[in-house]
Design a protein around this ligand. Structure first.
Ligand code: NAD
Length: 292
C-alpha cells in the first residue's frame, strides 16, 4: 500500500481521502481548514502540519482545490520541490485547461509524473467511491495514477496529454448545462400547454428528446424519484459549480477560437440563475427561472 498526501480535503476531497484510507493507503491529509482535516482524521487519515510535510516521501500526491490559481500555487510553491522523483502527482480539481497544461508540462520538465484528473459526480459519488475520472497526461503517468484513482472511482479514462482531462470535463459539462436548460424549458412549455409532466416524460424519454438531463436528473418532481427536483433542489450539483464549469468552457473556447453559441447562452442563463440566488441550489432548479 502507498503513502498518499492529500491536499484539499473539503466537500469532495474529504470523501475521496476517506476512500483511499479505507483501501489501506496511509493518507496524510492537509487543508487550510482545521475542521476539514479533523473530518478526514475521523475517517482514517492522519493530519499533516503542512502540504510540504504531507508530500515529503509520499508515493502519491493528490490535490482537490477550488481553482487554477490554487493549483498552480500549490505545485509551483511547494509540491514540485517536496515531491520525490518516484511520486505520482494527481490534480483532481476542476480548473482551466491552460493552467492544467502548463502545470503538467512544468512537472514533466522537472522529471515528475503528473496527471490532471478532474471528476464527474458530486459529493455523494465522492463519499461512495463511484466518481468518474477523466485523465490527462503521459501514458506512463496515467498507469501510475490508475490504482490510486480506482480506489476512489468507478471509471478511470485516459483522455490524452496534459490538460485533456480538463478539456473532457468542460466539454461534457457544457453539454450538460445546455441539455438541462433545453429539458427544463420543454417541461415548462408542456405545462403551459396543459400537457401532464409524467405523460410528457413517458413520451419524450422514449423519443428523440431523451437525454441524461431528462431520464437521470429530470428537472421537475415526479418522473425520476431520485432527481433533486423531488427534494426541493437541495444537494446535487450546485448551480454555482455549473456556472464555474461553463465559464471555464467559454474561456477555453475563446482561446481555441471555437464557436460555442449554446454554451454561451447556457452561461448567461446560469449567471442570471446565480444572480437570483440559485447558486446554492441544484443546477436543475434553473426550471424555476424559466417558469418566470
Ligand atoms: P471545497 O471548497 O469544499 O474544498 C476545497 C478545499 O480546499 C477547502 O477545504 C479549502 O480549505 C482547501 N484549500 C484551498 N486552498 C488550499 C491550499 N492552498 N492548501 C490546502 N487546502 C486548500 O470544494 P469542493 O466542492 O470539494 O470542490 C473541490 C474541487 O472539485 C473544485 O475544483 C470543484 O470545482 C470540483 N468539483 C466539485 C464537485 C462538487 O459537487 N462539489 C463536483 C465535481 C468537481
Amino acid at each position: 500500500m502507498s503513502i498518499v498526501a492529500f491536499i484539499g480535503v473539503g466537500n469532495m476531497g474529504g470523501g475521496m481521502a476517506a476512500n483511499l484510507a479505507k483501501a489501506g493507503h496511509e493518507v496524510r491529509a492537509f487543508d487550510l481548514s482545521e475542521d476539514a482535516v479533523a473530518r478526514a482524521v475521523s475517517h482514517g487519515c492522519t493530519a499533516a502540519t503542512s502540504a510540504r510535510a504531507a508530500a515529503h516521501g509520499a508515493d502519491a500526491i493528490v490535490t482537490m482545490l477550488p481553482a487554477g490559481s490554487h493549483v498552480a500555487a500549490a505545485y509551483h510553491d511547494t509540491l514540485f520541490a517536496a515531491a520525490g522523483l518516484h511520486a505520482i502527482l494527481i490534480d483532481c480539481s476542476t480548473i482551466d485547461v491552460a493552467t492544467a497544461r502548463s502545470v503538467g508540462e512544468a512537472a514533466a520538465q522537472k522529471g515528475l509524473a503528473m496527471v490532471d484528473a478532474p471528476v464527474s459526480g458530486g459529493t455523494a459519488a465522492a463519499d461512495a467511491g463511484t466518481l468518474t475520472f477523466m485523465v490527462g497526461g503521459p501514458a506512463a503517468a496515467f498507469e501510475a495514477a490508475r490504482p490510486i484513482l480506482e480506489a476512489m472511482g468507478k471509471a478511470v479514462i485516459h483522455a490524452g496529454g496534459a490538460g485533456m482531462g480538463q478539456a473532457a470535463k468542460i466539454c461534457n459539462n457544457m453539454i450538460l448545462g445546455a441539455t438541462m436548460i433545453a429539458t427544463a424549458e420543454a417541461f415548462v412549455l408542456a405545462e403551459k400547454l396543459g400537457l401532464d409532466a409524467q405523460t410528457f416524460f413517458d413520451i419524450s424519454s422514449k423519443a428523440s428528446g431523451q437525454s441524461w438531463s431528462m431520464t437521470s436528473y429530470c428537472p421537475v418532481p415526479g418522473p425520476v424519484p431520485s432527481s433533486p427536483a423531488n427534494r426541493d433542489y437541495a444537494g446535487g450539483f450546485a448551480g454555482a459549480l455549473m456556472l464555474k464549469d461553463l465559464k471555464l468552457a467559454l474561456e477555453a473556447a475563446s482561446k481555441a477560437g471555437a464557436s460555442v453559441p449554446m454554451g454561451a447562452q447556457a452561461e448567461a442563463l446560469y449567471q442570471m440563475f446565480a444572480n437570483n440566488g440559485g447558486g446554492a441550489q441544484d443546477f436543475s432548479a434553473i426550471v424555476k427561472l424559466l417558469r418566470g
